[in-house]
Design a protein around this ligand. Sequence first.
Ligand SMILES: Nc1ncnc2c1ncn2[C@@H]1O[C@H](COP(=O)(O)OP(=O)(O)O)[C@@H](O)[C@H]1O
Ligand SMILES: [Mg+2]
Length: 271
Amino acid sequence: MNAPIVSFNHVGKTFDVDGFELEAIREFNLDIAEGEFVAIVGSSGCGKSTLLRLLVGLDRQFRGQISVDGKAVTGIGGERGIVFQEHRLFPWLSVADNIGLGLVNEPLSAAQKHKRIHDFIELVGLGDFARAYPHQLSGGMAQRVAIARGLVASPRILLLDEPFGALDALTRQQMQDELLAIRARAKITTVLVTHDVEEAIFLADRVVVMEPRPGRIKQVVDIALPHPRHRSSFDFHQLREELLHELTSDGHYQPPVPVQVRDLPLSFIAY
Ligand SMILES: Nc1ncnc2c1ncn2[C@@H]1O[C@H](COP(=O)(O)OP(=O)(O)O)[C@@H](O)[C@H]1O
Ligand SMILES: [Mg+2]
């Protein structure tokens, strides 16, 4: 295998909660190849979001090492884009301006930024909505804006934290198809966090199954099915049973709690 683009080495994370130590992640080791699509599944609280925050560079207090292209992660960087579960759009900014936030740290002229933003609005199929505001969008459209914002700086690694969790089942499947189409056009390494086993099997090359308290890897499963994948096929069904069994066999699995899509509090400063 070529040198991995992302490498987690003996990564651990402990939070201090009211003077008590909460071990959120223990001994997480994973190499991700360039262009690979890795899904991380596990019940609520097993450290999935924490792992992505560490990889994107939003939290630098952890044990072990995380490297991207062989260099230790020390902060956020344009080669890593992230999309959160709640779309976190700013209600007072238009679609174009929300996407433009993904370019604030990029050394581009205003004209270059304008072109880039509009290319990505087209890419996610929102050509008629550049001037619309978040309250004028459906949940699926808002999530597409968030994906465009995650992609607009042309990251080589896209991190997705339960990006479709708040969408209805049909929109969710459409967004999964679109994500695969975007990836087919832009060869981008993708790390998707999800609690949805079916979503993981539909999209990923490899699925990392986590177990909670403390969050650690239980199993890594290769998904060797060719694309396009069919949710009703025998192989798909068998993998789903296998993964669900892994997730539930220790009795820890908690089914996901539905999340409300809501706007970002003013305090959010990552973009
Ligand atoms: N900022 C924080 N301070 C204290 N504890 C936290 C913080 N963020 C996450 N945790 C705890 O770490 C564990 C893992 O959380 P998280 O990564 O959000 O899990 P997941 O995304 O898998 O649901 C949970 O027990 C959670 O309560
Ligand atoms: Mg989470």
